[in-house]
Design a protein around this ligand. Structure first.
Ligand code: PA5
Length: 452
């Protein structure tokens, strides 16, 4: 039985004006096949390492998680972008809501978890005021080892640990490049336990490496099932990946510049964040692989059902027809509850499960958008668990590079993030950045008259 299904009825011209004919879909699937064959060739050549991650040996990760299990009340994960969004997705999907509000003793099974990503003093101060240094385990995750936000959060947390703990290295695990970078050097010098992110696994493609698996294993989640779910995508012969890639490429060519990811479950809100990074950073490019200038990409937008029915759906239905929608449906919601009407005016709710209400509202939105000629696909999960989350990760990790490579775009680089980062280094006074500072001063000119 397929645990993840893709329903693409409402992108077809049979149902939505301007949609795909069956012939067009076949044509775009051929294009997607080209992207897939380029991707698989890269993997055979030792690149695109995310494809091989489902087959990794999990024994060292499980052994390490067992060693520290039950010893700490809190886990702080330090990282940003590809080094935090996957962890957040797994926690959001698999841990009970409010898990950080209850004490370890009450829950017994896993530490509370905090993600130190942004450089926001209020956030890090709140995290540290909740945790005790003696009772906290820290995972610092940075593939490059040089990310400024991660270095800053680690600096503050390391000092906090050192002030109270005799041997802080026993409470730190570093996840980084096997050889290169400042964190690798520090981990080797200080003797932190460490795990490798292989150089051929890109940051935003690293959730199924130790980047996502170490925190998940420490939290007691089933990492075998995460990888089984990811593996099932290969076994499915790529049909879903080719179909979805074809659909998104077609609508890109039709000028639909916005891709809305709208899961109907609060457990998948972070998944939509993870997707936005993967899509935006991989596909927003100003050059083709052979150097031609281009303005490529569409804008990923996150939304949540049913919440955004009360916020964005007005725009989605009646605003510009410049979007393609991806809904995620959860067929069986955990811990479903029957609703009892609190007052006769609400009697129509009597006996409905809350999960069913959520899915009925999704059908309502699908129908309303279809009626307005707005295309949507629906991905249905039989339930949210490690298997389906692993599957979702892998499906999207394929779709994004398949589209990029089919359109002669490099989905694995991110040159556009460097310039702003370099200016920040220059302003921080980092060695070797004098010329960048001069360039910044030249560019960053403003007129007081335009400030009110
Ligand atoms: O996909 C990427 O490479 C980036 O988004 C990174 O994940 C992000 O910048 C964090 O990098 P690092 O893991 O090197 O700290």
């Amino acid at each position: 039985m397929k645990r993840i299904k893709v329903d693409y009825n409402y992108v077809m011209d049979k149902f939505v004006a301007g949609g795909l004919s069956e012939e067009k879909l076949d044509e775009y699937k051929e294009k997607a096949k080209l992207g897939l064959s380029r991707l698989l060739r890269m993997f055979d050549d030792g690149q695109a390492g995310f494809i091989g991650l489902p087959e990794q040996n999990l024994a060292p990760i499980k052994k390490f998680a067992k060693e520290i299990s039950g010893k700490f009340n809190d886990l702080i994960v330090i990282g940003i972008g590809g080094s935090s969004l996957g962890v957040e997705t797994v926690c959001n999907a698999m841990l009970p809501f409010g898990y950080n509000a209850r004490s370890f003793a009450e829950r017994g099974c896993f530490p509370r978890v905090w993600v130190a990503d942004n450089v926001d003093p209020t956030k890090i101060s709140s995290i540290l005021s909740e945790c005790q240094p003696e009772d906290t385990f820290v995972c610092i995750i940075t593939k490059s080892g040089s990310t400024v936000e991660t270095a800053a959060n680690f600096g503050i947390i390391y000092e906090w640990l050192m002030a109270k703990v005799k041997n802080p290295k026993k409470q730190i695990c570093a996840i980084t490049d096997p050889e290169k970078g400042a964190l690798r050097a520090m981990a080797n010098e200080k003797g932190f336990v460490s795990f490798d992110v292989q150089p051929n696994v890109g940051g935003r493609f690293s959730v199924l490496s130790p980047v996502g698996l170490i925190p998940a294993a420490i939290l007691g989640l089933d990492i075998d099932k995460l990888l089984e779910g990811a593996m099932s995508v290969h076994k499915d012969n790529y049909e879903q990946i080719l179909t979805l890639s074809a659909i998104y490429m077609y609508f890109m060519d039709q000028g639909k510049n916005i891709n809305v990811m709208m899961p109907y479950s609060s457990r998948l809100v972070s998944f939509a964040d993870w997707y936005c990074q993967l899509w935006g950073e991989s596909l927003g490019k100003s050059r083709t692989t052979d150097g031609k200038e281009i303005a490529f990409g569409t804008t990923p937008v996150r939304a949540t059902g049913t919440i955004d029915q009360h916020s964005q759906v007005q725009l989605y239905k009646e605003g510009p027809n410049d979007k393609v929608f991806t809904f995620i449906e959860v067929l069986n919601h955990d811990k479903d509850r029957k609703i009892t009407s609190p007052y006769e005016a609400y009697d129509y709710l009597n006996g409905h499960g809350m999960g069913n209400l959520c899915n009925i509202e999704l059908k309502g939105t699908e129908a309303a958008l279809k009626n307005a000629g707005k295309p949507s696909v629906k991905i249905s999960l039989d339930l949210v668990d490690e298997f389906t989350i692993g599957g979702l990760f892998m499906i999207w990790q394929y779709i994004v590079p398949v589209i990029g490579l089919a359109c002669d775009i490099d989905p694995f680089d991110q040159p556009g993030v460097e310039e702003g980062k370099d200016y920040a280094y220059a302003l921080l006074g980092r060695k070797g950045y004098d010329a960048t500072k001069a360039k910044f001063t030249e560019i960053y000119k403003k007129q007081d008259d335009f400030i009110v």
